[in-house]
Design a protein around this ligand. Structure first.
Ligand code: CA
Length: 231
């Protein structure tokens, strides 16, 4: 049985949030409604799968809220707004929104876009292979192979490695890593990430001092630098 996915709807107009909720629940999603930016930040802690974000909120600009969410999360965000100038759209997307729906909107279209984002965002990999098979991560089996050796990782180490390896070349901050690995029973804070990385390097790098997989980006976080093998 699959658990219902939660969609966080940030919208202060009751009429609109009611319609969205109706459509979402009819399609088997669970919805949480936030009437303000403050509410939204609280409800984000419930780990929703996607955020629908109205830009005109009573307490904060939606654009600002979007940027705040992006500091710690890569959850898909669909902006909902009456501002439909090209500049507004470009601005919204540059703040990290994944899609943009203009008001007045058709709830059916919004739902189609929500589904498209969720599909795109789903962990698409079951197996990740790097540097001509030198490092293989079997996401489903939760197994890591270094050459033909099985490497034993703790759930936190595994979560960090998968989060980094899924997006080679992209820098993830310590806070982003803390949030990303919560699904792997992660307990800890930003500073503990460094300790996990150190242990991970001992296990997967030939020489932890000159890593070929996990690179430190000083003052920012970490980046996966392995070369992904062709499937
Ligand atoms: Ca509004």
């Amino acid at each position: 049985m699959t658990e219902k996915q939660t969609i966080l709807v940030v919208e202060d107009e009751r009429k609109i949030s009611d319609i969205i909720r109706l459509y979402l629940e009819r399609e088997g999603y669970h919805s949480e409604i936030a009437n303000s930016g403050e509410d939204a930040l609280k409800l984000l802690k419930t780990n929703p799968s996607l955020v629908v974000l109205d830009l005109m909120l009573p307490d904060i600009q939606g654009e600002e809220l979007c940027a705040m969410i992006r500091q710690s999360s890569d959850i898909p965000i669909i902006m909902l707004t009456a501002k439909t100038g090209e500049d507004d759209i470009i601005k919204g997307l540059s703040l990290g929104a994944d899609d943009y729906v203009a008001k007045p909107f058709s709830p059916g279209e919004l739902l189609a876009r929500i589904k498209a984002q969720l599909r795109r965002h789903k962990r698409p990999y079951t197996k990740l292979s790097f540097n001509k098979g030198m490092l293989v991560i079997d996401v489903l089996k939760r197994e890591v192979l270094r050459g033909d050796r099985i490497i034993l990782l703790t759930p936190s180490e595994f979560g960090i490695l998968v989060s980094l390896a899924e997006k080679p070349g992209r820098v993830l901050s310590r806070l982003q890593l803390v949030n990303l690995v919560q699904g792997y029973d992660f307990e800890g804070y930003e500073r503990t990430i460094d300790a996990h990385i150190k242990n991970l390097r001992q296990k997967i790098e030939d020489d932890p001092k000159t890593p070929m997989f996990i690179k430190t980006i000083y003052g920012v976080g970490y980046k996966f630098i392995g070369a992904r093998d062709e499937e």
